[in-house]
Design a protein around this ligand. Sequence first.
Ligand SMILES: *Cc1c(COP(=O)(O)O)cnc(C)c1O
Length: 392
Amino acid sequence: MSKWRFLEEKVQSLKDQGVYRELPVNHGPCDHVIDLDGRRVVNLSSNNYLGFATHPRVINAAKEAVDAYGAGAGAVRTIVGNQDLIGRLEELLAEFKEEEAVITFQSGFNCNIGTIQAISGKGDLLVSDELNHASIIDGVRLSKADKAVYRHADVDDLERVLKEKRADYNNVFILTDGVFSMDGDIAPLPEIVALARRYDALTYVDDAHGSGVLGRSGRGTVDHFDLHGDVDFIVGTLSKAIGVVGGYVATKQTVKDWLLHRGRPLLFSTALPPAATAATIESVKMLMESEEHTEKLWANARYFKRSLEKLGFDTGISRTPITPVMIGDEAKTLRFSKALLEAGVFVSGIVYPTVPEGTGRLRAMISASHTKDDLDQAIEAFKETGKALDVI
Ligand SMILES: *Cc1c(COP(=O)(O)O)cnc(C)c1O
């Protein structure tokens, strides 16, 4: 009997449940139209909100950095991996975010797991929205602090937790995504900040889907609500709208000083490659120079969403360019996604257990890089499929 039996059985059980999947292969850049498994399709499934992943200025910055700095950083930051580009990026990001200091990590995921466990400890409480991202959940698991969960975006339930537990702990942290990726809704930050003040708690916002999207020129959810100075830890990713890879937390200098000594991904994992750091610097510069990129994103998002709503589709509670198209039934959702693919449009179907049972949806991610033709082709495909499957 194979010693791998214990995993073979698990994989087989995925197959038996019909949830085993092959990864689609993209044979080129993550552009508005991609070659997916040999089929040219309109790409409505990337987080490349601003098209920066394929922008000539960003690509050139990466190329120049490879010539000047090599392919890899060669070490963790605390040894010799701290190339000057990283410091330049952090200063630029702090200026862009209008916060005291920024510390970067190798990804948004790393940033959350490294930061949450470093800032909290025994005797503290981490209070988390039930729909927070997996990297927050893992960060909470790695911390020695206690945890509590409140109902999604429900400030009354959050207050219930604070009222019940505040007195038993030293520091209390309220953790939330800024924008929730499955529905595209925005966290009620003004109310959360008010509760944090009343109950003497710290606020931690993971703005992976808000950075480069919401606020002035993509300065994020905190800027969108004009809450500068009121959120203690603002996490962002450089992998989505910014178009490259990396994560960061915008915060106080003291927090940065501490994370440089106790942020485990910084101490034990190699620094960002120079091509990524330099490309990111260029992306942030582009946002600081002009709002044209975010304006194009929002114009595309409004056009797409309005067109689907006019056809009779339910686009849920989204307030961002994330456009869920609610279908309900799981099998029908997957059939819809497959029919769209056959019509040359790739939109992933999202079903239980990623979202609650019976709330299957297609999740269309709109980008500034989409042309009107791309969006019209997608809208037409939605219309035909929606009629064929009795959704509209
Ligand atoms: C995508 C995402 C992350 C992870 O960011 P990466 O840079 O891709 O590692 C973290 N938090 C949230 C809310 C996200 O949506």
